[in-house]
Design a protein around this ligand. Structure first.
Ligand code: ATP
Length: 260
């Protein structure tokens, strides 16, 4: 095996974009963005409404094709690849609640996610051994997100925060080296937000997380590095305290508040 010094390992870039641009009918929603997400870090994307965060997210996961520029995952060029190919390179995004089935239980959702095409391929039969192995993993995943006591309840009966926790466990089922979380605390009350911060912290152990969240308490608690976008461009980048005190960032957010 190669000997990798800690320093070298720390330097690895999980996701890199170069001059990444997305134009919608003449409008530059993402404009020449150079992003470097280092392996093992939690990297937050923030910015006022309409800054381009969701568009950038969709580019990184292949849900949108860039107009120009490049995206690499662990230095492999994935520009223009479809979502399932990018997922196979190790980038997974949290599922949306809208993709949950009300009549199915959390356990059934996780079982299904574990049978997904990225792991063992679709199977019409499964050995007892495989089922047994999956059950251990299902219990583990449900436990990780605190859903063990509710595992056999139909998802339609779960509270909002519990559904968001289930989404996270479905993304975790893929065991992705890079996890993209799109507003994991959106619409949550304070208690659920704090629980989710803890959960994301656990999820982040041993992997890279790219996080979009409007809640600055969440960003401040979790992010090792923060990129601030404004009008599709990178406005500032640094750790949370650096960007929070950056005059340009303050002005951008004040502008938004004025507008509101
Ligand atoms: N499919 C599309 N067609 C045309 N314009 C789009 C499309 N998707 C996004 N936009 C525009 O691109 C800009 C960036 O949108 P985006 O949703 O990426 O911003 P955001 O930072 O995620 O905003 P928010 O915080 O409000 O979710 C917005 O002005 C939006 O109207």
């Amino acid at each position: 095996m190669f000997a990798v010094s800690k320093e070298t390992a720390d330097e690895r870039v999980a996701v890199r974009t170069q001059a990444l641009t997305k134009v919608f009918r003449g409008f530059r929603a993402v404009d020449s963005v150079n992003l470097e997400v280092r392996e093992g870090t939690v990297h937050a994307l923030v910015g006022p409404n309409g800054a381009g965060k969701t568009t950038l997210f969709n580019l990184l996961t292949g849900f949108l094709a860039p107009t120009s520029g490049t995206i690499t995952v662990f230095e492999e060029d994935v520009t223009g690849r479809p979502p399932e190919q990018i997922a196979r390179r190790g980038v997974a995004r949290s599922f949306q609640i809208t993709s949950l089935f009300d009549s199915m239980t959390s356990r059934e959702h996780v079982e299904l996610a574990l049978q997904g095409p990225t792991r063992q391929g679709f199977r019409f039969w499964r050995s007892e051994k495989l089922l047994g192995r999956n059950q251990v993993r299902v219990d583990e995943l449900l436990g990780q997100v605190g859903l063990t006591p509710l595992a056999d309840k139909p998802v339609g009966l779960l509270a909002y925060g519990q559904k968001r926790a289930l989404e996270l466990s479905l993304a975790l089922a893929l065991d992705p080296p890079v996890m993209l979380l799109d507003e994991p605390t959106a619409g949550m009350g304070t208690e659920d937000v704090d629980r989710t911060i803890e959960l994301v912290r656990r999820i982040a152990a041993g992997r890279t997380v790219v996080l979009v969240d409007h809640n600055m308490h969440v960003v401040g608690s979790l992010a090792d590095r923060v990129t601030v976008l404004q009008q599709g461009k990178v406005l500032a980048e640094g750790d949370y305290d650096e960007v929070r005190n950056d005059e340009r960032v303050i002005t951008a957010y004040l502008g938004e508040a004025d507008h509101a």
